[in-house]
Design a binder for this molecule. Structure first.
Ligand code: SAH
Ligand code: SF4
Ligand code: F3S
Length: 440
């Protein structure tokens, strides 16, 4: 048998949840890459399957158990297969997973995956491994990222964890308290990404605008420093909390050309009563005034939000206030969720509203959000805007890219335009995207 083939092991990772999990999955694959693993898109040929999980809502967390159930036949067919659970469900329910799911070999929390090599060795010797420690900052332990050629866009985690403790949210428990990476480490990682072909970097954090790492004065300053990297064309950041939107960051939106005119700024509710019960620590009016200041700095900025409907105690009037705030801002896009009680959070102690009411409210809010989204897309028709092409489209000769406002844009263009920014005249809209032609 060929030795080389014997050494290469295959890793299949399924990623749930937010962009930070996407970033973490890449870093886990790189870490296990040093142990001889290459990634595969086919779970059936894998030597290790990792589920990188999300605990944010009950449905997301439950999916992990059903997906694990579906892996059972694979493990029966190949007893050598190792199965691991990573991410926020691993952190929240690691012990329960080990108890309920004998087929799971490994549980690794989001702050512990620098220990994957040792854990892998342990499971290869037939034992099980669990690590959900918060003690060590994993970024001080992870090796530098390998220099493989990359696509035009990348995520870069700059801040992790959350100290806000919104009454509904598990993140402070699954990700731990806020940690900011130092500026020089972030800049070095960004430089490496750009050398590998990346043109656009999205800075990630659960509270990215609370970034307060060494070597820069807040996120606005960090953005300005990153903007000096030659070849880096676009910078984005997500997710921000309204109370951490510092003046300097707002100013960066006016002054820094590489900072894209799009901001995801979740408000959750338009009712002061509910905002208070959610422990968001700002009012609807304060949010609206903040939006005014951001728009004064960058008038064409596209804003998006997250909303929760049916938080315990939400009355018809509270919900109307949410619709009202949403209408007043005019978001370019938004995500809305039915409240889901999460174990261990303060809101979970309160009586829940009837599910039918949540359904009805979600439907009304989503209709309004879709109308706003369509209006935002329609407002682009006739404009000629820069588009960063990312990949081939479904139609021959077509490429897909993003506008600065984060709209998906389709246009006929040569493949050599992938990773290039081209001016595109927007001709039409379709569901969730724009169609245009290269401007001459
Ligand atoms: N750090 C970000 C959001 C993290 S979670 C922020 O502060 O906005 C992403 C979104 O999931 C949240 O904005 C919220 O709208 C939603 N979410 C969080 N917990 C939830 C819960 N228990 N039920 C329903 N939606 C929830
Ligand atoms: Fe969760 Fe609130 Fe922290 Fe966002 S700010 S991660 S919603 S606790
Ligand atoms: Fe989910 Fe954890 Fe992200 S709970 S949303 S994967 S931080």
């Amino acid at each position: 048998m060929d030795n080389q083939a014997e050494k290469t092991k295959k890793l299949f990772i399924k990623t749930y949840g937010c962009q930070m999990n996407v970033y973490d999955s890449e870093r886990m694959a790189e870490t296990l890459g040093a142990q001889g693993y290459v990634t595969t898109d086919n779970a059936e040929e894998a030597d290790m399957v990792l589920l990188n999980t999300c605990h944010i809502r009950e449905k997301a967390a439950e999916k992990v158990y059903s997906d694990l159930g579906r892996l059972k036949p694979l493990k029966e067919a190949n007893p050598q297969l190792k199965i691991g659970v990573a991410g926020c469900v691993a952190q929240a329910e690691g012990a329960e997973i080990m108890r309920r799911m004998p087929l799971v070999d490994l549980v690794v929390g989001p702050q512990s995956y620098h220990n994957l090599p040792a854990m892998e060795a342990r499971v290869q010797s037939g034992r099980r491994a669990v690590d959900t420690d918060f003690e060590v900052d994993k970024f001080t332990q992870l090796k530098a990222r390998p220099r493989a050629q990359r696509g035009p866009t990348a995520f870069l985690t700059v801040q992790e964890g959350c100290d806000k403790f919104c009454a509904f949210c598990v993140v402070p428990y699954t990700r731990g308290s806020e940690v900011s990476r130092p500026a020089d480490k972030i800049i070095a990682e960004a430089q490496g990404l750009v050398e590998a072909g990346v043109r656009e970097i999205t800075l990630l954090g659960q509270n990215v605008n609370a970034w307060h790492g060494q070597g820069a004065e807040g996120l606005g300053d960090l953005v300005r420093r990153l903007a000096r990297i030659d070849g880096l064309a676009r910078i984005r950041y997500t997710t921000s909390h309204p109370n951490d939107m510092a003046d300097d960051l707002i100013a960066a939106h006016a002054e820094e050309e590489k900072l894209m005119p799009y901001l995801h700024l979740p408000v959750q509710s338009g009712s002061d009563r509910i905002l208070k019960a959610m422990n968001r620590k700002h009012t609807a009016e304060q949010y609206l005034r903040l939006i005014e200041r951001i728009r004064a700095a960058r008038p064409d900025i596209v804003l998006s939000s997250d909303f929760i409907v049916g938080f315990p105690g939400e009355t018809d009037q509270d919900f109307e206030d949410t619709l009202q705030l949403c209408a007043e801002v005019g978001f370019g896009a938004s995500f809305s969720f039915k409240y889901s009680a999460r174990p261990g959070t303060p809101a979970a102690e309160k009586p829940e509203l009837p599910p039918a009411l949540l359904d009805a409210r979600l439907q009304r809010l989503q209709a309004q959000i879709i109308a706003q989204q369509n209006a935002s897309l329609a407002s682009m028709v006739g404009r000629t805007i820069p588009v960063l092409f990312e990949k081939k489209g479904r139609m021959p000769g077509q490429l897909i890219g993003k506008s600065g406002y984060l709209h998906a844009v389709h246009a006929d263009a040569p493949e050599s335009d992938i990773a290039e920014i081209r001016m595109v005249e927007i001709m039409a809209t379709s569901t969730n995207s724009l169609a245009g032609r290269l401007a001459t």
